[in-house]
Design a protein around this ligand. Sequence first.
Ligand code: ADP
Length: 728
Amino acid sequence: MKKSNLIVFLLFVFQIVFSQGISDKDKLARALYDKALKNLNDFKCSESLYYSQKLLNYSLQKNKPELAAVAYNIIGLNFEEFGDLKKSAQYYDSGLKYADIAKNDTLRNYIFNNMGNLYYFKFKDAIKSLYFYKKCYEISKRVDAPIDVAFSEINLADVYLELKQYDEAYKFLTLVQQKIKPTDYEIGMSFYSLMGNYYEMNQDFKKAEYYYLKCINDFKYLNLAIHKAHQSDIYLLVSRFYEKKNDPVKSLQFLKKHDSLQDILFNQERKFEFRKAGGDLEVLENKLKVQQIETDKKIQEQKIQEARRFTTIVLIFLAILIVFLVFIFKGYVNYKELNSKLFENNEQLKLAQEKTEEATKLKSQFLSNVSHELRTPLYGVIGMAQILESEHKEIKDSPYFNALKFSSNYLLTLINDVLNVYKIEDNDIEFNYELIDIRKEINHINESMNVIAKSNNNELIVTISEDFPQYIKTDLTRFSQILINLVSNALKFTHHGKVEIKLDLIEKDSSQLIQLQVIDNGIGIPKEFLDKIFEKFVQVDVHLQEQYKGTGLGLSIVKRLVDLFKGTISLTSEINKGSNFTIVLPFLKIDTNLEVHQLNTYHSDHLKPLKILVAEDNKINQMVTKKLLEKNNHYCRIVENGLEAVNSATSEYFDLILMDINMPELNGIDATTKLRALGITIPIIALTASDKENILKDIKENNNGLTDVLVKPFEYQDLQLIISKYIN
Ligand code: ADP
């Protein structure tokens, strides 16, 4: 917008825009506003001020900040019009404060625009005006008012041209160009004249002339009063341009046009009633000053109120924050407590674990010790009974003697069972797979079980299917343990009946499996016991079975051993009809030729008389072992400890040494090591009441020279078997 047409134009826009601040229903406000505006339009400033002041009073009474902003803006325009620019700026500023309170962007936009004009055109302060125009630009873009945006761009281009920042000016002109419509006369006029001006500044007179002439030709028919001033300015601008271009004829031509328009404008020029206005203005000014103070007070109050509101909000927020923090802190404390509790629990758990491990170790140690301590005297008892029996045949019929034999055997089974079950539980068991002639081994078991079978008048039958291989690969000790447990149970709980050991090779999922069955037609097991019979210490509690004594460990050992074999066990049983224990074990393939050859080198049936050195410190055991060996035609030399064993074995030849482990002076292991160091190569069999597995482990790991282990008390067959392995 160019300089002199500013007010006229503003008034034109004002009518539309500022009426936005006034509701149509508010008739009084609208009347006051219309009058203030019309009088300003007619340059009757004192009247205009009179109505705008009334509007201001009204707005303050009704507490309508947008009306106050409108009123102050008209007051500012009035003061600008009659040249009191400082006051004009002050009143615009007050208007702006109310527009802020009303939060009305349209009002703010136009007051900023007025201030920009004031500084640009009146104060000639382009830099400051730039600040206000930029504000306008910002707001009009934000509220999406395209016309306002275009005006702001025109203003900015104008100021940048003034500041000789041509690139910036061109940038805004280009933006305006995109928005011009044929009906936007004001924008069009401003745009073309500014373009002319831009090219003139850049010494491109041809283009400058083009735009100037386009501006004049396009808009020469505009006859509206509001355009006249702008047209007049443009004529002057073009006249000066031609002057610069050294075209005095054209320069004069446009100067004349300018002058004639100026005449028209002058004729309708404002008739300030300066005298009247001067008197009124003084009163008005005083009033306005008072109002200004009130306004400031009100603004202050409003600010205080806002500050209060803000403080309240901040306080509420702080309170919430504190509550929140308290919760977080509490949570943190809880978390810490939990964490430390967890840590404590973990520590306790660790401690408990360590204790458990220690206890387990102690338990194993204890079991091993106890079994050793119990088995040693038991060896004496059982051995003595055997000697008595063989030397005094008549004693066989004595019930006391039989009770003694039964009790000692029972005690031995009990100790072995307890030891076994705990060893399996501790996973302290290693399988030793070897090739066995299954028919032969089952026959052995059959023979030894026959004695028990007879006592209950049972018949013990072995059925091995024809296709069952002669040799299988298994851990003989564990396999026998399973079979013996099952068969002895079957014989125990069957009277005048039949017990069958059945062995088959079955096929399942295209793999071969060993099926071992122990079937009896004895008293059977009640249904409710079938699924718990394999648990530790479980025995059927019925009167029928009261007479049977047992530990309740046998089947649990069987089950665990079957598990270790990676096999399965199942049971069917019916009261008074009998039971069927079926075990299925994996069948391991063997290289028959090679392994059977090895196997056939062992033959235990007929042993030639041997010269055996026995190192044993327990007197009773010495007697028992000696009797046992001599009874089987072996020569036996007894020595008291390891040291004596070393002396005897180095000074005399023996076929074999049976070496007790726990002995005074020199224990069995150290004595063996010494003997091996002295070049003695004969088999040395450890004779121990301790746990066999531990000694075997020791032999494997420490290579202590022992050949094998025989656990006391032993039957002669056990000894015979072990000797036959090492002596041809
Ligand atoms: P024990 O025989 O030492 O008591 P087991 O674990 O071997 O312990 O057996 C547990 C119980 O299962 C026995 O006490 C008995 O009641 C029952 N039982 C085991 N086998 C048979 C069987 N063949 N016939 C009847 N009852 C049996």
